[in-house]
Design a protein around this ligand. Structure first.
Ligand SMILES: Nc1ncnc2c1ncn2[C@@H]1O[C@H](COP(=O)(O)OP(=O)(O)OP(=O)(O)O)[C@@H](O)[C@H]1O
Ligand SMILES: [Mg+2]
Length: 357
């Protein structure tokens, strides 16, 4: 979700009573009229953040002045917890802490900024930065510039507010259930569906209701192919049909995996044409030296030139290795250490990941 708005605490009861005043017998009636999911309407009425465009639309339906009753909720709830610029282990979810990949980001947005939207696959070894890149695509164009680094490019799309992004993490085992996954996608697309949700009903409702440019990001697709038997070839073929024939070029898929979609499907015994629709594939390797230097120089305490060179050489500009070595150097500076123990510690820490080089 990009910039979000929520109803200020003091206006909640007024907003709730406006439902009846405007002739809506129930929350579901408002959801149906606006074409949103019930949970979006519930969140709105209970003062939880929702996408700002949806917020404005609901206010219009209820005759409310959105500027008067709203409070801006910035994209990350936890930005104040991010004290260190060096994040090791968990994916980067806030774009301010994501570095480089300019070439890949440019090409990916080239596929998404024109009609019809086109599909892409991001391939990379473990810890190469796949999940971080998916999050970056989803957030960079709608994060307020004051939350980005100075000069960080974010105007990749002409109308970023007209795009919807759905993130599917196949490491989440709930996605093994076809119904759960389809509901998760519908929720992300802000399409409500009451009653059972099966593949046929999903296809019908998405093909008739999808009017916004929408991108479904699928992380760890290999896990789905390997282990989730409900997601069979019919399922994948239906998704292909949805993207290519039934949504008027408004839907694209971006996958992240350890190998190319075609190899993956072959290696896991699948045989669906879904895996042939990825016309652009990028393999994640090292950052450029300029990008790596930007990451290193984001340290709140500057590093000596010789340390910078050592970090560049040992990491060979791979972002995960850079992050670990920079973290070690920063901690040693913060602790006022003069010895070179941080190098030893850093080498020990990066040792299991030298396959990235
Ligand atoms: N563009 C980037 N900028 C800064 N750090 C990055 C970037 N990409 C990756 N990293 C670093 O690499 C680590 C691993 O990134 P991420 O989790 O995105 O990789 P992954 O390929 O999804 O890994 P896995 O295959 O284990 O899921 C992050 O914790 C971060 O330290
Ligand atoms: Mg990942």
């Amino acid at each position: 979700m990009g910039r979000s708005l929520k109803v200020s605490q003091e206006y909640i009861s007024r907003v709730k009573s406006s439902l009846q005043r405007n002739g809506y017998p129930s929350q579901q009636a408002l959801a149906d009229d606006a074409g949103f999911s019930l949970s979006t309407v519930k969140n709105f009425l209970n003062g939880k953040p929702i996408d700002h465009l949806n917020f404005i639309e609901l206010c219009e339906k209820l005759g409310l002045d959105w500027q008067e009753i709203s409070k801006t909720e910035l994209i990350s709830d936890d930005i104040s917890l991010e004290n260190s610029p060096f994040i090791t282990g968990t994916p980067i979810t806030h774009p301010r802490y994501f570095f480089g990949r300019e070439k890949e980001v440019k090409r990916l947005f080239n596929l998404l900024k024109r009609h019809p939207l086109q599909n892409a696959a991001i391939i990379g070894k473990r810890r190469s930065g796949k999940t971080s890149l998916l999050h970056y695509l989803k957030t960079i164009t709608t994060t307020p510039v004051n939350l980005l680094r100075p000069a960080q490019k974010s105007d990749w799309l002409r109308y970023p507010e007209h795009y919807q992004w759905v993130f599917v993490d196949f490491q989440d085992s709930r996605m093994a259930s076809q119904e759960y996954l389809l509901r998760h996608i519908l929720e992300g697309l802000e399409i409500s569906l009451s009653g059972d949700c099966n593949l046929d009903r999903f296809m019908d409702i998405v093909s008739s209701k999808l009017n916004t440019f929408s991108i479904i990001l699928m992380d760890e697709i290999g896990t789905a192919l390997d282990r989730y038997s409900q997601l069979d070839d019919d399922f994948w073929s239906s998704l292909r049909s949805l993207g290519t024939n039934q949504t008027r070029g408004k839907l694209a898929f971006i996958l992240a995996a350890h190998e190319s979609p075609i190899e993956l499907s072959k290696n896991t015994g699948h045989d669906s044409p879904f895996f042939n629709i990825f016309g652009y594939t990028t393999v994640l390797g090292a950052l450029t030296e300029t990008e790596a230097l930007e990451l290193i120089n984001s340290s709140p305490i500057s590093f000596a030139q010789e340390d910078i060179e050592w970090i560049l050489e040992r990491s060979q500009c791979h972002p995960f290795l850079l992050q670990i070595l920079c973290r070690e150097k920063l901690w040693s500076l913060e602790d006022g250490e003069i010895a070179e123990d941080w190098k030893e510690e850093g080498l020990r820490e990066i040792n299991p990941y030298l396959y990235l080089l």
